[in-house]
Design a protein around this ligand. Structure first.
Ligand SMILES: Nc1ncnc2c1ncn2[C@@H]1O[C@H](COP(=O)(O)OP(=O)(O)OP(=O)(O)O)[C@@H](O)[C@H]1O
Length: 811
């Protein structure tokens, strides 16, 4: 068969597929319209209609998305079977429902991604198709076993479909990530389809496709566990809004729209964490010790008076001794319930004590009882056995108790000693008061305490979000707030689980004023995953994504975290709460950790939650940076961790790295010259060291100089002035060019990258090397390092070594 025959054959098939897709789309649209027109009926009928509406909408979304690049691959099997692979599965409407196209996620499609000449997986030929709209513009065949009249071509190690892959990798970047369904590589496929149902860690150097793999795994899991995940949802957590925007189109392009994308900063509903944070603050707030500090901050709000306090009930003077209040507080703490829920126990003890006194006062005409300090007595009912006193019966007692309960003075006293607390307010009041900080974090050195302090307590930063989440756990809901029926049912389940736990742990001898063991089992640990899922089945017009996004305690079916190495110990706690079933995919690179509170080792981060029950997969091939550029990164990696191996670049690269040493005055001119030399369809970024003021949504300096970013920081040292002249000049010279601080470049890529002042990046201890490593690995084509005033010793050495090896190569 000639190349033209092959084109004609595939063209015909593509035409048929597109027609069939159109038919299905019309059909589904009509069904959806019919369902949406339906009204009334029993609750069951309504609920059925809702599920059909969801089903049809999601089918329609996937048909709409599949239109572009619908058909991209074909396998000719040894036994003569032809498998055509595309974005969705399509069947003919003939009697046999003949398969016209296999979904890329179907098992039968797998050899397309795995087959090599060494392991052909039953396939004889793999064909990659290039299409534009309705036209097939090229096919590329690879023979996996010897064709009748030819040799088996040589295998290229671990790269399959090399020409299609190289073409994809060389393509200009649009500023948005695209899917890689047509060219997924073997090691990536193994992760995407990994059957492990616990924590899967994907470790890989920059550009190895971790993000791409994570997103395709989400699509794959939704395809294979549709029922389960449709109800409980999939959460993807990325480092900042700009990164989420960068990846946002991938899942919709794969027909998946129900995934919740979030940054850590918006995981706490109702709070948009855009306040600045110092590196020191980030470190202190990220450390596990914050749990104790927050606990202490809550306990500091559970008060007892220093002296006796009088309250009046129906004109009777009653007295509360400090010991009485302390004992009530101890009892309330012993319930191990969150603060707001334990308030009942506190209030009950106080009420009981006062009722007791009240009864004594009524039955003790001399009034001795008023002067007696009440102390808790075994059964809490006191001694009513004196025959000289008139007896009050149970009914009288209940009436007196109600009077006590309803007394305004008693209510105020309880509110003062055990107030209902809300996380936002408690945290804001803690962080804006040096006294409160010292009270809760007295063991910390003064500098760390100061790092916690800020004038405006409510200017929440990303590092505060896990603290709010922790406080929400410690405090529990405000009992006066009404939830939905489903929320109440859920709360009841958790309450029962808590009670069961109390029975388990309640017998332990505890000094009631002592701190409780921080690692006690939480109620969520004993509420099984199925019950969690049932909670999610509540009828609602809202999508799962909407409901899950607005609910702090939502238990996601699967949680994916990108750049997971940046998570602090406190952030891990927050995320683990979103994933009670611990079915997670965590992708990251411990050599790229730039947060001072981030992790050095996966084991250390995960062991508190899953011990050693997690699976590590590694990605070893670098698809982004060509060898010319990755040589610099490799040298930096050797400084970060001499034992680490760099991912192997797929492409050689056409442009050597440029090491520019302009004087400060000519920096802007140099950058303008470089960016304007790049053709307009290419994406260019100018990466600058951190600056104080920037607007993360756009990745540009904020005009008013006040906004900072989700994921934004301020330097501890003298605040950097930013690069307004540079930014202005670049925007004027080449509109659309990104000028962005390093923190926001994480995870992104551009065809050409100019890194400004790498020495300043390096100097930012302790993670400067990691930061520069990240900065130098963003380029898909060209890298320029621009150092005003000249490079320091390390970079000079790297530059010379690389120049030396290039000379050797050319010699
Ligand atoms: N199999 C593939 N086919 C085509 N392109 C691919 C493939 N794998 C990865 N890429 C491309 O390589 C680039 C790097 O991928 P990705 O951003 O997922 O890497 P990463 O490991 O997350 O990098 P970083 O650690 O720097 O964030 C992207 O442009 C991605 O589309």
């Amino acid at each position: 068969m000639t190349g033209n025959d092959a084109l004609a054959e595939e063209q015909e098939h593509l035409g048929r597929l597109l027609d069939r897709l159109e038919e299905l789309r019309k059909d589904t649209r009509a069904r959806l319209d019919a369902v949406l027109r339906g009204t009334g009926g029993t609750p069951q009928a309504r609920s059925e209609r809702e599920s059909f509406a969801r089903l049809y909408s999601s089918e329609l979304a996937s048909f709409n998305a599949a239109n572009l690049g619908l058909y991209f691959g074909r396998l000719d099997m040894e036994d003569g079977e032809v498998r055509r692979i595309g974005r969705v599965g399509l069947r003919d409407d003939d009697e046999d429902l003949t398969t016209l196209l296999l979904d890329w996620r179907a098992d039968h499609s797998r050899p397309f991604y795995l087959a090599t000449t060494a392991r052909p997986e039953g396939a004889h030929r793999r064909r990659h198709l290039r299409t534009i709209g309705r036209r097939v513009i090229g096919v590329h065949d690879e023979f996996l076993t010897a064709p009748v009249d030819g040799d088996v071509p040589e295998d290229h190690d671990d790269v399959v479909g090399e020409s299609a892959l190289l073409e994809a990798l060389d393509a200009a970047r649009s500023g948005h990530m695209t899917d890689i369904v047509a060219t997924i590589q073997r090691e990536q496929d193994e992760i995407i389809r990994n059957p492990h149902s616990g924590v899967l860690v994907v470790q890989g150097g920059p550009g190895t496709g971790k993000t791409a793999v994570a997103l395709h795994r989400a699509a794959y899991l939704l395809y294979n566990h549709r029922q389960r995940l449709d109800r409980s949802g999939v959460l993807i957590v990325g480092p900042n809004p700009r990164f989420l925007d960068y990846i946002a189109r991938v899942l919709p392009s794969l027909g998946e729209s129900g995934v919740v994308l979030r940054t850590l900063g918006d995981l706490y509903p109702g709070v948009r964490a855009t306040g600045p944070e110092s590196l020191r603050g980030e470190e202190v707030k990220g450390s596990e010790a914050m749990v104790d500090i927050l606990r202490a901050a809550v306990r500091a709000r559970q008060l007892a008076p220093a002296d006796e306090v009088e309250v009046h009930v129906d004109g009777h003077r009653l007295v509360l001794e400090p010991a009485t209040v302390r004992a009530a507080r101890g009892r309330a703490r012993m319930t191990r319930r969150p603060h707001n829920q334990a308030r009942d126990a506190f209030a009950t003890r106080i009420t009981e004590a006062l009722t007791e006194q009240y009864m004594a006062a009524l039955t003790d005409p001399v009034g001795d009882a008023e002067d007696e300090a009440w102390a808790p007595r075994g059964d809490g009912l006191g001694d009513l056995g004196d025959p000289a006193r008139p007896l009050l019966d149970a009914e009288d007692r209940a009436a007196l108790r109600t009077e006590v309960e309803e007394s305004v003075e008693v209510g105020e006293a309880i509110d003062e000693w055990w107030p209902v607390l809300r996380p936002e307010r408690l945290l804001a009041e803690l962080l804006s008061s040096r006294e409160r900080i010292t009270e809760a974090a007295g063991d910390y050195v003064a500098e760390d305490q100061e790092a916690l302090f800020r004038e405006d307590g409510y200017a929440f930063s990303v590092a505060d979000v896990p603290l709010l989440d922790e406080l929400a756990e410690l405090l529990g809901d405000d009992p006066s707030e009404e939830g939905t029926e489903a929320d109440r049912a859920w709360a009841e389940q958790v309450r029962q689980a808590e009670e069961a736990l109390e029975i388990l742990t309640g017998s332990a001898v505890q000094d009631i004023e002592d701190d409780l063991d921080p690692e006690v089992l939480m109620a969520y640990d004993v509420v099984d995953a199925e019950s969690l899922a049932r909670r999610h089945s509540a009828d609602s017009d809202l999508t799962v994504a909407d409901r899950a996004g607005a609910d702090r305690t939502w238990a996601f079916g699967h949680v994916i975290v990108d750049e997971a190495q940046e998570l602090s110990a406190m952030a891990w706690r927050t995320l683990m709460r979103r994933s009670p079933n611990r079915w997670m995919t965590l992708v990251g690179d411990v050599a790229q950790t730039s947060s001072p509170a981030g992790i050095d080792s996966w084991g250390d981060a995960l062991s508190p939650y899953v011990d050693d029950r997690w699976v590590l997969c590694e990605l070893t091939v670098n698809y982004r940076t060509p060898a010319t550029v990755s040589a610099v990164a490799e040298a930096l990696l050797a400084e970060i961790d001499p034992a680490a191996t760099s991912p192997r670049p797929v492409r050689r690269g056409r442009h050597p790295v440029e090491w520019a040493e302009p004087d400060a005055a000519s920096l802007v001119d140099l950058v303008v010259e470089r960016v304007t030399a790049v053709s307009p369809e290419r994406a260019v970024a100018v990466v600058v060291p951190e600056w104080t003021e920037y607007d993360d949504d756009n990745g540009v300096l904020s005009e008013d100089g006040h906004g900072t970013a989700d994921g934004g920081r301020v330097n501890d040292s003298a605040a950097s002035t930013g690069y307004p002249d540079l930014r202005e000049a670049v925007e004027r010279a080449r509109p659309g060019t990104s000028v962005l601080p390093l923190a926001l470049a994480k995870g992104l890529e551009f065809d050409v990258v100019v890194v400004i002042d790498p020495e300043q990046i390096l100097g930012r201890s302790p993670q400067g090397l990691q930061d520069l490593y990240v900065g130098t690995t963003r380029a898909t084509q060209e890298l320029v390092l621009a150092q005003p005033g000249g490079f320091g010793p390390l970079l000079t050495e790297i530059r010379e070594t690389l120049a030396g090896s290039r000379e050797e190569l050319t010699a």
